[in-house]
Design a protein around this ligand. Sequence first.
Ligand code: URA
Length: 228
Amino acid sequence: MASPNTALTSQTHPGSLPPNVFTLPRTAQLEALYTIIRDKDTNRGDFIFYTDRIIRLLVEEGLNHLPVVTKNVETPTGAHYEGVGFEGRICGVSILRAGEAMEAGLREVCRSVRIGKILIQRDEDTAEAKLFYSKLPEDISSRYVLLLDPMLATGGSAIKAVEVLTQHGVPEDRIIFINLIACPEGIHSLCGRYPALRMITGWIDQGLNEKAYIIPGLGDFGERRYTC
Ligand code: URA
């Protein structure tokens, strides 16, 4: 039996990760969550429940990368407490359609957070990621952006989404990419292109198959989340 909080051997060791990639602590509890969502026999209700649990952990970890400022408060005892307060405004941007599933997790943690959307699809002629639609908060250039996409495969969509954000004036170092499962190919494409962005992922898998699915992965995230 694996003891809680020991590093588990079945996860690919991150090895030489770029310095802007952060992973969740590899506990037995986290691996149990991932085991459930990877299982092809997990039903849709459980898939939603357990992916939501991981998304919440990821969002909390993403918020750890935001700045704080000194803040002093008085407690009901009349004592003073020297603490910190949140600094800087945030918004979420989901990469449709799978990223939309992460919006609720962000809203649970950040009340009335503004959320934009970006739709990117493969151009059938050129095989390149192409922007189809975007709706972003008008003041996005002055906010930290939590960019949401659960699966980082080749990295094409995430790279295009970051390009859209920077074109809207968001500095690269204010983008925090939040992701459930990544693979080395996607990590090196995205973080190589944008070294100042921060990426938070829950798990790094082995790689891609010939259809650009992550292996072992969990299959098609959107299909498992939205299709009965
Ligand atoms: N998107 C998915 O939903 N699954 C993968 O394995 C890769 C991209």
